[in-house]
Design a protein around this ligand. Structure first.
Ligand SMILES: *Cc1c(COP(=O)(O)O)cnc(C)c1O
Length: 393
C-alpha cells in the first residue's frame, strides 16, 4: 500500500477544513450565522449541529484548519477556538486545573496571562510560581519542591525575545507528571511546532499573526491529548466563550496567507534588526534571528526563523526610547502585534503597564516593534527619520 504524502504547510493552510459546500459548490465555506439548527427529528441532529454556542460549521472550518497546521495533520489533533486568546487560556485552565493545584510560568509571560492566573484564578485557589524559563535547573527545583500540574511557557517571550527550550521543558514537565502548555502566538505554527517538540497543549491569540490583519480578536487551544480536548470542548458549550462565526471566518481567511506573510515578516524584521544593530544610540537589539542573540543556536534548532517581532534598548534611556516610539510615521504607535501593518510599542507604559513594579516589569529604555509586511526599505527609512529627530531635538 502506498502511503499518501502529507501535504505541506501552505497547502494545509488553504485546504484543511475548507471543503467545498456540498449544497452549491461554493469554494469558500460560507459564514453560518444561524444560531440554531433544525434536527431531522427529535434527538436526530443533522451533522451534529444544534446550537451555535457549542458547535457551528464556520467555527469547525477554522478549528480543523488550525489543528491541521499545529499538529502536522495528525488524525488525533484537535483545536478549540474562543472569543479571545485570554478566553482560550481561561477555558484551558478551568478544564485541566482544580483549586489547590500549582502552576509554574515564566517571569516574562504576556501580562494578561499573568493577570488571569494571578488575579482571577488565584481567587479560585490556583497557586503559581514565577521562574526564569531559560534556566532548566531552576524550573526543576521549583517543580521538585512543589507538586505542579501545569508548566506554562511562552517562547519567544514578549518583549525581550528570550527563548525557552521546549523539548527540554517537555522532558522536565513529564518527569514531574505535569502538562506542558506553550503559547505559540509569537512564532505561529509556520515557524515553530511545540507539540512535535513534546508540548501537551498549544494556546494562541489568533488576534495576532493567525488573523494577521488587526481586525478580529480570538484565541485557540490545540492538543492531541483527547482527555484535555474533551474537557476544553466541554468548556466551549458549557461556559460559552466561543468565537462568533464572523470572527472564525476572518481567522480562517487570514490563515490561508500565514506562510507567505510570515516569510515577509521575517525578511523585514531581519532588515530592521540588522539596521538597529548598527545605530550608536541602540545599546541592545533583541531578535532571535540574529546570530548575536544569546540563544541563537537554540532558536535555530526549534524555530524555522526568528519571526516578526524585534525589540531594542537605548543607551539614552527612557526619554530616547519614548521619543523614538513617538517619532515614526509608518510604524504606528499602538498595542498589539502580528498584523500586516508595522506597529511600535513602548511596553513600560503600554502593553506592560499592568506589570510595572512586579517581577514581570520590563526595562523602560526599550521599544518593541511588530514589523509588518510593507517594503523593508520604507520601514528602515521611517526608522532613519525618527532617529534623525533625536539629533534635532
Ligand atoms: C495578545 C496575546 C495574548 C492574549 O490574547 P488576546 O487575544 O488579546 O486575548 C496571549 N498571549 C500572547 C503571547 C499574546 O501576544
Amino acid at each position: 500500500m502506498t502511503e499518501q504524502r502529507a501535504h505541506g504547510f501552505n497547502t494545509r493552510a488553504i485546504h484543511a477544513g475548507q471543503d467545498i459546500d456540498p449544497n452549491n459548490g461554493s469554494v469558500v465555506p460560507p459564514v453560518y450565522l444561524s444560531t440554531t439548527y433544525a434536527p431531522e427529528a427529535i434527538g436526530q441532529l443533522r451533522q451534529g449541529y444544534d446550537y451555535s454556542r457549542g458547535t457551528n460549521p464556520t467555527r469547525d472550518a477554522l478549528q480543523n484548519q488550525i489543528a491541521a497546521l499545529e499538529t502536522g495533520n495528525s488524525a488525533s489533533g484537535r483545536a478549540m477556538t474562543f472569543t479571545s486568546g485570554l478566553a482560550a487560556e481561561n477555558a484551558l485552565l478551568m478544564a485541566v486545573a482544580a483549586p489547590g493545584d500549582h502552576l509554574v510560568m515564566g517571569n516574562d509571560v504576556y501580562g494578561g496571562t499573568h493577570r488571569l492566573i494571578n488575579k482571577i484564578l488565584g481567587q479560585w485557589h490556583l497557586a503559581h510560581t514565577v521562574v526564569d524559563m531559560s534556566d532548566l535547573d531552576q524550573v526543576d527545583q521549583v517543580m521538585t519542591a512543589r507538586e505542579t500540574k501545569l508548566l506554562w511557557v511562552e517562547t519567544p517571550t514578549n518583549p525581550l525575545m528570550k527563548i525557552a527550550d521546549i523539548a527540554g521543558l517537555a522532558e522536565l514537565a513529564h518527569r514531574h507528571r505535569a502538562l506542558l502548555v506553550v503559547d505559540n502566538t509569537f512564532a505561529t505554527p509556520y515557524l515553530q511546532l511545540p507539540l512535535q517538540l513534546g508540548a501537551d497543549v498549544v494556546v494562541h491569540s489568533t488576534t495576532k499573526y493567525m488573523g494577521g490583519h488587526s481586525d478580529t480578536v480570538g484565541g485557540a487551544v490545540v492538543t492531541e491529548n483527547q482527555e484535555v480536548a474533551d474537557k476544553v470542548q466541554f468548556q466551549q458549550a458549557a461556559a460559552g466563550a466561543t468565537n462568533s462565526p464572523m470572527d472564525a471566518y476572518l481567522v480562517t481567511r487570514g490563515l490561508k496567507t500565514l506562510g507567505v506573510r510570515m516569510d515577509r515578516h521575517v525578511a523585514n524584521a531581519t532588515a530592521v534588526a540588522e539596521w538597529l544593530t548598527e545605530q550608536p544610540q541602540v545599546s541592545q537589539v533583541h531578535y532571535p534571528g540574529l546570530s548575536t542573540h544569546p540563544q541563537y543556536e537554540l532558536a535555530s534548532r526549534q524555530m524555522k526563523a526568528g519571526g516578526g517581532m524585534v525589540s531594542a534598548q537605548f543607551s539614552g534611556g527612557a526619554p530616547v526610547a519614548k521619543k523614538i516610539a513617538e517619532s515614526t510615521r509608518l510604524f504606528q504607535l499602538a498595542e498589539s502585534l502580528g498584523g500586516v501593518e508595522s506597529l511600535m510599542n513602548y511596553p513600560a507604559e503600554m502593553t506592560h503597564a499592568s506589570v510595572a513594579g512586579t517581577e514581570l516589569a520590563v526595562p523602560d529604555d526599550l521599544v518593541r516593534l511588530s514589523v509588518g509586511i510593507e517594503d523593508a526599505d520604507d520601514l528602515v527609512e521611517d526608522l532613519r527619520q525618527a532617529f534623525a529627530q533625536l539629533r534635532d531635538s
